[in-house]
Design a protein around this ligand. Structure first.
Ligand code: ZN
Length: 400
């Protein structure tokens, strides 16, 4: 049994302890101590990290009354050790975890939305709400949570028998709890049952920043960051904004309209280019047709290989398949993809599905269609031209 010092003092960063047991598991050792300041993973809060003497503890797990410390080195039973907490990691966990209490309370208070799910990992923190919220709701809840941080309200712990839980105004009720229950109360805020670590004052959370929200299972998923994570994320995002504004030679506030204009310009250019390409292609088509080899039944085999976006391929195919007695194949490279289309006109007895199947094999792609027309796409790679050539020769050889 481990005396869990973190339960009553989340600020204690080290303690003296004795090894009760040490077991080997796969590639690591698990050390049971008689007392610890290292919080094991549980209740939605990630495990602390720290050291036993100088040996790193990379994870801690809880098994009923026991806390097992995961290390790369074995410890001897009865050995005294100094347990030291990695405070940066603990502070991060507390900031995200306590910030989650505060933001959930703020959503409940400002728009009556209940927290029905919580997820935290090394990069991000989410809560799921049982109703949809607007940008305005998010701003209100975020502000309320931050105001509660600025008030630097005390956060206190109470141990009560489960039979007395009815006397407390709890946002979330858990009917399954039995025995002595640990209550975490934030002054002017939330009271809830929780086994995690919390700072003694709300100010230590630093800040709460919602960075994304989206519809999720009939409600809403809120992604947010607290404390140092929020600061670092805002720093990263600000850098992106600054560099983009330098690239575009506009002020940060003008980046969005400038990017919108760039996008529109690019769409216009793209469409002009397509018109020109089509005009050029129309001009070349009689020559292409003249040079196209004849297949067994007199059908012309028109093979077009080009680069562009899928719409370019479609418009070329439209022009070629307007000709009579042709078997048309359009192979188009778009970034790292290859799109292929086949069409047969007149009463040629070719089956485009077979050609598409051959192309699927050559380009490791997928696609299909009807005997008269088929299409698909696969991976381009550096040798896409050689692959296309092998496909062309095969079709020609088998059908000439
Ligand atoms: Zn908690």
């Amino acid at each position: 049994m481990t005396d869990k010092l973190y339960e009553n003092d989340s600020m204690q960063q080290s303690c003296q302890s004795v090894v009760m047991a040490c077991r080997q598991k796969d590639d690591h050792f698990e050390v049971l101590l008689d007392r610890t300041v290292i919080f094991p993973e549980g209740g939605g809060q990630l495990s602390d990290q720290g050291w036993l003497n100088k040996e790193p503890v990379f994870y801690a797990s809880e098994d009923g009354p026991d806390v097992w410390h995961w290390t790369k080195k074995a410890f001897r039973e009865g050995e005294p050790v100094t347990v030291t907490l990695n405070w940066d990691v603990r502070l991060d966990r507390m900031q995200q975890h306590c910030g989650e209490h505060m933001l959930s309370f703020a959503f409940w208070k400002t728009c009556g939305a209940n927290n029905v799910g919580f997820h935290m990992n090394e990069e991000s923190v989410f809560i799921d709400l049982d109703k949809e919220v607007t940008e305005e709701d998010v701003k209100k809840a975020e502000l309320l949570a931050n105001k509660a941080i600025w008030e630097n309200n005390p956060i206190t712990l109470h141990y009560v028998p489960h039979t007395e839980l009815g006397n407390y105004q709890l946002r979330k009720k858990n009917e399954k709890l039995r025995g002595t229950v640990r209550l975490v109360a934030i002054k002017n805020g939330d009271t809830c049952t929780c086994c995690g670590t919390h700072p003694p004052f709300t100010g230590m959370v630093g800040s709460v920043k919602v960075i994304r929200f989206s519809h999720y299972k009939g409600g809403c998923r809120i992604e947010f960051l607290c404390g140092r994570r929020a600061l670092e994320e805002m720093h990263k995002r600000n850098l992106i904004l600054e560099e983009t504004s330098n690239l575009l030679s506009v002020k940060a506030q003008e980046v969005l309209p400038a990017v919108e204009k760039l996008r529109q310009d690019s769409l216009n250019l793209r469409s002009q280019l397509r018109e020109k390409t089509q005009a050029l292609f129309k001009h070349e088509l009689p020559q292409i047709l003249k040079e196209a080899p004849l297949l067994s039944d007199g059908t012309r085999f028109v093979w077009i290989e080009t680069e562009g976006i899928p719409a370019d391929g479609k418009s070329i195919m439209k022009l070629v398949s307007a000709l009579d007695h042709v078997l048309a194949a359009v192979i188009l490279k778009n970034d790292n993809r290859v799109m292929y289309q086949f069409a047969v006109t007149g009463n040629g007895s070719f089956n485009c599905r077979d050609f598409c199947q051959m192309a699927n094999e050559v380009f490791e792609g997928r696609g299909g269609g009807s005997p008269k027309s088929a299409q698909g796409g696969g991976t381009a790679g550096l040798d896409w031209k050689q692959k296309a050539e092998s496909l062309r020769s095969r079709i020609l050889k088998e059908n000439q």
